[in-house]
Design a protein around this ligand. Structure first.
Ligand code: HEC
Length: 181
């Protein structure tokens, strides 16, 4: 009995020491253009999805069917998110091609979960390039983007650009210091 416990303790210690050595020797390649094996990505992606689902289950989703809310999301989204995620009729930019994992094209997600998307937008996903927008934006602005993004599947490029044109000047980017007098 005692011998078995000692063996188990030594086994656990060995695993720990090996993991530590792998980490400190620098053999792990952290390059973004040399992705890890498929199964490692699978395990990491699964852990991310479970973590988000767990936290999102505590969020109550407000009424998202509000045209003013959707419009408020368009100005924010077009300024901050298209470079990585694209939009109806808008290709993602070059930044998206060099990222690993690749930012998902949100218009192609078939059953978006508003609570999960709110959580990810607010808190970000560490070591992926997905920033935490809650650091600079209140919940209301984030729900606006969620209301917009969850409609992408049924939104034409014209509808998207009309929303953006209508809100230009009310969000980011477009407005600012151009009243030079
Ligand atoms: C620099 C690139 C980058 C920018 C800019 C960016 N994202 Fe992301 N985003 C990512 C990456 C990469 C992921 C995937 C993370 C993963 O798979 O673990 C992601 C994931 C997401 C997801 C989860 C999608 C899903 O189905 O799992 C949502 C929602 C999202 N981003 C919303 C936004 C919003 C809203 C903005 C702008 C306010 C934004 N992102 C800006 C890179 C970016």
């Amino acid at each position: 009995m005692k011998a078995k416990m000692i063996a188990a303790a030594i086994g656990a210690l060995l695993v720990f020491v090996i993991a530590f050595l792998i980490a400190v020797t620098g053999v792990i390649n952290v390059a973004a253009d040399d992705p890890p094996p498929q199964w490692v990505e699978g395990v990491l992606h699964n852990a991310m999805e479970r973590s988000v689902a767990n936290r999102a289950s505590k969020i109550s989703v407000p009424e998202l069917n509000d045209p003013a809310l959707v419009a408020s999301g368009a100005a924010h989204y077009n300024a901050m998110c298209v470079s990585c995620h694209g939009a109806p009729g808008v290709e993602p930019g070059e930044i998206a091609k060099g990222l690993n994992p690749r930012p998902p094209t949100l218009a192609e997600v078939s059953d978006p979960d508003p609570a999960a998307w709110f959580w990810v937008t607010k808190h970000g996903v560490m070591m992926t390039g997905m920033p935490a927008w809650g650091v600079t934006h209140d919940d209301e602005s984030i729900w606006g983007m969620v209301a917009l993004m969850t409609r992408f599947r049924n939104m034409s490029p014209d509808q998207y650009s009309a929303l953006v044109a209508k809100t230009a000047g009310h969000g980011h980017g477009e407005h600012g210091h151009n009243h030079a007098h």
